[in-house]
Write a protein that binds this ligand. Structure first.
Ligand SMILES: *Cc1c(COP(=O)(O)O)cnc(C)c1O
Length: 383
């Protein structure tokens, strides 16, 4: 199989698995227990907290462990708005957010908040000036993702955070796609909160974090024990958190070389695919994460192409993994101004560390055959 769906999830690094295994065996303790096996788990979690903090330039006490990116996004949206006690009832986000943010924001609107959704330009950029125009004296929170999961387009989050702060609003960014792949620094970004998750950079599923700038008020979204300093109740998933820490450490050590190699393979893939007549790429090539390629081919349905790719041993996706199976066109591609039928043509190919140049060449050849075959079939049907 040629795996080109690294934006959906990545394989577990064997070194990360090795770091985790002891905590699934003899190191099974509950980190809240006073005895030794518990305290060993506590120390392991604290080590991971430092490693995850180091990946994004945060202090360990600014990291809240969660069950993943979705929970961290929900905690940010609901927790930061509820944590404000100044009566602000307006929130701002973009039309291309992951559903973990977008649907949470829409739920806030159901509960009486006023929601402004900012539309990006055709390249997928959210203009910081549009954020500045959207925020108001009663804006509680603004959330715009650092890099989009479907197109890979990277946003100027620092300028947006500044615009939000100018009116006293908090700023959150979903950095799930960027973290561990390209440098992410919470100080340089100037954000109050940031989401990341381990399984998008060779760590395990079920471990994520919300960075919360020291001194920022947040209300918990689930209640129970005093875990995570009262901000996220529930017994910690020790092995997954240990894996998260190991993945963060390895990402920090190997980031430069990884990103460069990944971009090279992705560029080779696109160089092959763009030779197909009627090939298009969505998003901004100049400001794109190294592994992302969102392609479409005139007259070719994305879902059919992805299913045929799978039959030929190539794993790709349409838009995001979470929305596949739904009958709707990608909300991201629609927000970029694509017509419905064009948005349905989107094929997301995301390259990772394990993708070779030979994989890229083989996948491009297979996809070309599928495109030509689909076109021939629809020509025969309409002829
Ligand atoms: C994958 C993803 C999430 C969800 O993270 P999980 O850990 O899978 O819950 C959130 N935001 C973005 C941008 C993602 O790509």
């Amino acid at each position: 199989m040629i795996y080109l769906d690294h934006a959906a999830t990545t394989p577990l690094d064997p070194r990360v698995l090795d770091a985790m295994l002891p905590y699934l065996r003899e190191g099974f303790g509950n980190a809240s227990s006073v005895h030794r096996v518990g305290q060993d788990a506590r120390r392991a979690i604290d080590r991971s907290r430092s490693e995850v903090g180091a990946l994004i330039g945060a202090r360990p006490d600014e990291i809240i462990f969660t069950s993943g990116g979705t929970e961290a996004d929900n905690l940010a949206v609901f927790g930061l708005t509820a944590g404000r006690q100044d009566g602000r009832r307006h929130v701002v986000t973009s039309a291309i957010e992951h559903h973990a943010v977008l649907h949470a924001m829409q739920e806030l609107a159901e509960r009486g908040y006023e929601l402004t959704v900012v539309t990006p330009d055709r390249g997928g950029h959210v203009d910081p000036a549009a954020i500045a125009a959207a925020v108001r004296e009663d804006t509680a929170l603004c959330s715009v993702m650092l890099a989009n999961n479907e197109t890979g387009t990277v946003q100027d989050v620092a300028a947006m955070a500044q615009a939000a702060h100018a009116v006293g609003a908090l700023f959150h960014t979903d950095a799930v796609q960027a973290a561990g792949l390209v440098p992410v620094d919470v100080q340089a970004l100037g954000v109050d909160a940031l989401t990341l998750t381990a399984h998008k950079f060779y760590g395990p599923k079920g471990a994520g974090a919300l960075y919360l700038r020291r001194g920022t008020r947040i209300s918990p979204t689930q209640y129970g024990g005093g875990h995570e300093r009262g901000r996220r109740a529930g017994t910690e998933n020790v092995a997954a958190i240990v894996g998260f820490g190991a993945a963060a450490r390895l990402a920090l050590e190997e980031m430069g070389s990884r990103a460069e190699a990944i971009a090279q393979v992705r560029d080779l893939l696109w160089a092959q695919l763009r030779e197909i007549p009627g090939a298009h790429r969505s998003g901004d090539e100049a400001r794109c994460l190294p592994g992302h390629l969102n392609a479409r081919f005139d007259g070719v349905d994305g879902e059919a192409a992805v299913l045929n790719l799978d039959l030929r041993g190539v794993a790709a996706s349409m838009g995001s993994a979470c929305s596949s199976g739904s009958l709707e066109a990608s909300h991201v591609l629609l927000a970029l101004g694509l017509r419905d039928e064009d948005a349905r043509g989107g094929i997301r190919l995301t390259v990772g560390r394990g993708t070779s140049e030979a994989d890229a060449m083989a996948a491009a050849r297979i996809l070309q055959e599928i495109v030509l075959r689909q076109r021939a079939l629809s020509a025969a049907r309409s002829g």
